[in-house]
Design a protein around this ligand. Structure first.
Ligand code: SF4
Length: 249
């Protein structure tokens, strides 16, 4: 506070309180604007998903909007903690992944368009094995197995269209990931997340689920491997999913 000569202690106390109240009001307004970043993103992604030509387009829009928001957050807010995530580190790819239906259709389309026959046959074998392991588990969330989409180089084979939950997950400590994922049953819940980054992808996920429900389509999240196996084994599944929503229009 600036020195104010000739001011009584009462006046100084009043001025101090006035300034604190002003900063408090500005902070509350800024917090409301920050919160609106997330709620507005959810509404925007939902609107895109409701009007999207197909589920893959809806998921691609969700990936784009949430991804760009997360990038902006990292560049606009300085002094964030450095992430430990690196290419070739795939510890989180040993956890169970859930996806909204639109994301599963997008990834399945990417596989159909980009994998050759050999890659696709090998993937189907890995998906079948992964689903069998999940089905045999008392608690699938505690299964630790490499994702069926993890390549031999420990890189995601569908990186460009990877699930929102995979995009959301970050860590500031590889050691923390190792112990949480491989030495405990708490899994990803024990790895501290970047709250803003994580929330953009969580909001986008909710938006896709809301959009599915709003258009009368099945909107539950499913295990990634279970969903992909079902879609890749039934090329008509996407049309039927779309049709479920069209029936109500
Ligand atoms: S989809 Fe890709 S990023 Fe996600 S768990 Fe599987 S391999 Fe990892």
């Amino acid at each position: 506070m600036h020195e104010r000569r000739g001011e009584t202690a009462e006046q100084t106390a009043d001025e101090s309180a006035r300034r604190i109240e002003a900063v408090g009001a500005e902070t509350r307004a800024m917090a409301a604007r920050y919160e609106a970043l997330f709620t507005d993103l959810r509404a925007a992604v939902r609107a895109h998903a409701v009007t999207a030509a197909d589920p893959a387009a809806a998921a691609a829009a969700a990936n784009l909007v949430a991804g760009r928001a997360a990038q902006a957050l990292h560049s606009a807010f300085p002094r964030q903690r450095a992430m430990a995530c690196r290419t070739g580190c795939a510890m989180c790819c040993h956890l169970q992944v859930h996806v909204p239906p639109q994301s599963a259709f997008l990834i399945a389309r990417h596989i159909t368009e980009h994998f050759d026959a050999g890659q696709r046959a090998a993937l189907m074998r890995r998906l079948e094995a992964a689903v069998a392991t999940l089905n045999a588990a008392a608690d699938p969330s505690q299964v630790r197995q490499p994702c069926a989409l993890l390549g031999p180089d420990n890189a995601c084979m569908v990186y460009a269209v990877r699930p929102l939950s995979c995009r959301a997950f970050t860590s500031v400590s590889a050691e923390r990931c190792r112990t949480a994922i491989f030495e405990t049953t708490s899994g990803s819940g024990a790895v501290e997340q970047d709250p803003g980054h994580f929330r953009f992808f969580a909001e986008a996920t909710i938006a896709l689920l809301d959009a599915a429900e709003a258009t009368g389509r099945p909107g539950d999240q499913a295990d990634l491997c279970v969903a992909l196996l079902a879609i890749l084994n039934d090329p008509d599944l996407e049309r039927r999913w779309q049709q479920a929503g069209m029936a109500d229009r």
